[in-house]
Design a protein around this ligand. Structure first.
Ligand SMILES: Cc1cc2nc3c(=O)[nH]c(=O)nc-3n(C[C@H](O)[C@H](O)[C@H](O)COP(=O)(O)OP(=O)(O)OC[C@H]3O[C@@H](n4cnc5c(N)ncnc54)[C@H](O)[C@@H]3O)c2cc1C
Length: 456
């Protein structure tokens, strides 16, 4: 029986193989399936909604496990209970309807909330609100032998866990989260489906902000945009500070009117304010002036429709990149490295220098610059370019590590980037992570090939 591609692929274009797709109707059926898989030593790969870009959900044989029927969604004051099959946009809509707000917003709202937790996704609003981890207060997780754990924030692991060094970047989601005195649920967050199956989560809801001041600010040079980033990071209640470089602007220009022809960079900003008639808009006019930003030609949202247009503008970029790469017959060649903010400009200069030398007119840089975390995407047109691009990405990752950064800030490493983990961690530290994997999944059945090669 052939298996639909939607169960084998993710947004990177990576494609896996599976013997069977299993879609349990409820927890009892899921437990029986996991017990059978353990008894028969069948590898199991957990599927979210397939928007990941690291190939983690693309099975490497065995069963592909879809939790699409786990559809519980309850909104309570201050929190929500979310089944594994609930999409981010469904949670966001239900929270909004109740006058509340789910803070994490990893751009692609067709992702599953459980997939966000499995990758510890973050996105633009993490500038103010942090990553998904910070918003999880309980998790229901099934281990591969069918044991179900209900874990609360504050609950400690039942066995001793090693600790590995954390990078100095604000964001990090590469390998297992192993910190002294950590909560047990933090081990599963960001573990990319290799330690347990997330069945349900309790996540924090916040009161919806009164108003949002949203803008797309254009600059005639990268230097001005970078100066603005440094100056604006301290703006009160700024929740988004995103960067778009000149090649990115060129890519989306045909789809969006009003991008000034002489713009060489843009910053997307979003500030929570009490009232749109307050002093903040005037303050932005002064701020734009102080850093030589375009005043008249920058965009500020007057209503919800404008805000939605700006959201589409931001989302259009990674989408356009993924489309181009697929059309050329390649898989995504994108970075997800973050560095401590003091190295932001140096990291960006390093990227630019190498890309201009080797891939002029074939790359874009955009993303979460407020957290020193931009995404470089190379758009290869030949196999030779793809191979060199892949090598260059490894060189970029190594540079990020020398700056105290991480090789994976929010997408996870999946199967496509698993090799980068060894740039950040020593063989001993990797062995410690694998020891945790063996303890919870002794036959190495869950998410085989993700994060670590299968020790055949
Ligand atoms: C256009 C675009 C923009 C994006 N922008 C951002 C961004 O700004 N920030 C960001 O962080 N990400 C971004 N992403 C990446 C992606 O949306 C996230 O990685 C998302 O968290 C993946 O969720 P998913 O449900 O699609 O998971 P999948 O792709 O299906 O799976 C991802 C991983 O999670 C595991 N997994 C999924 N569900 C479970 C579960 N229930 N239990 C255990 N493991 C599970 C899988 O095995 C796999 O390893 C973007 C993607 C696209 C296509």
């Amino acid at each position: 029986m052939s298996i639909a591609a939607s169960y084998l692929e993710d947004a990177s274009g990576h494609r896996g193989t599976a013997d069977r797709v299993v879609i349990p109707a409820d927890e009892a059926e899921l437990i029986a399936l996991l017990q059978q898989a353990t008894a028969e030593r069948v590898p199991v790969t957990v599927l979210g909604a397939g928007t990941g870009v690291a190939g983690g959900r693309c099975a490497d044989g065995g069963w592909a496990l879809s939790l699409e029927k786990f559809r519980r969604l309850e909104i309570h004051p201050g929190y929500a209970i979310v089944g594994a099959g609930i999409l981010l946009r469904e949670l966001q809509a239900a929270a909004t309807q109740a006058g509340q707000f789910y803070a994490p917003d990893p751009t692609e709202n067709a992702s599953a909330v459980s997939g966000n937790i499995a990758c510890n996704a973050s996105g633009s609003r993490s500038f103010l609100y942090g990553d998904t981890r910070r918003h999880v207060r309980a998790l229901r997780v099934a281990l591969i032998d069918g044991t179900v754990l209900q874990l609360q924030r504050g609950q400690k692991p039942p066995f001793e866990l090693p600790a590995v060094p954390m990078p100095l970047s604000k964001k990090h989601s590469a390998g297992y989260w192993l910190k002294p005195d950590m909560d047990y649920l933090d081990l599963f967050i960001g573990s990319e489906g290799t330690l347990g199956v997330i069945l349900e989560a309790e996540v924090v809801l916040l009161p919806a902000p009164a108003e949002l001041l949203t803008g797309v600010v254009f600059f005639s040079s990268d230097a001005d945009a970078l100066r603005a980033v440094t100056e604006w990071r301290g703006v009160p209640n700024l929740r988004m500070l995103e960067y778009v470089d000149a090649p990115s602007l060129a890519l989306v220009r045909p789809k969006f009117d009003g991008i000034p022809a002489r713009a060489q960079a843009a910053l997307l900003i979003e500030q929570e304010v009490a009232d749109l008639d307050g002093p903040e808009l005037e303050e932005w006019i002064d701020r734009l002036d102080a850093v030589n930003a375009f005043g008249e030609e920058s965009w500020f949202a007057a209503n919800a429709a404008d805000r939605e247009r700006f959201r589409r503008f931001r989302h259009a970029l990674p989408e356009a990149v993924n489309d181009i790469v697929r059309r050329q017959g390649f898989t995504k060649l994108g970075s997800d490295f973050a560095v401590p903010f003091e190295h932001n400009a140096a990291m960006l200069a390093f990227y630019r220098q190498h890309l201009e030398a080797e891939f002029p007119n074939q790359y874009v840089i955009f993303g979460h610059i407020g957290d020193a975390h931009v995404h470089v995407n190379i758009l290869p047109s030949t196999q030779e370019q793809f191979d060199r691009g892949k090598q260059l990405m490894t060189e970029f990752a190594a540079k990020a590590v020398t700056f105290g950064g991480t090789v994976g800030a929010e997408h996870g490493l999946g199967k496509r980037k698993a090799h980068l983990l060894a740039l950040q961690y020593s063989p001993e530290q990797l062995e410690q992570m694998k020891g945790v994997k063996r303890r919870l999944d002794p036959h190495w059945l869950l998410g085989r090939g993700t994060l670590f090669p299968y020790p055949a």
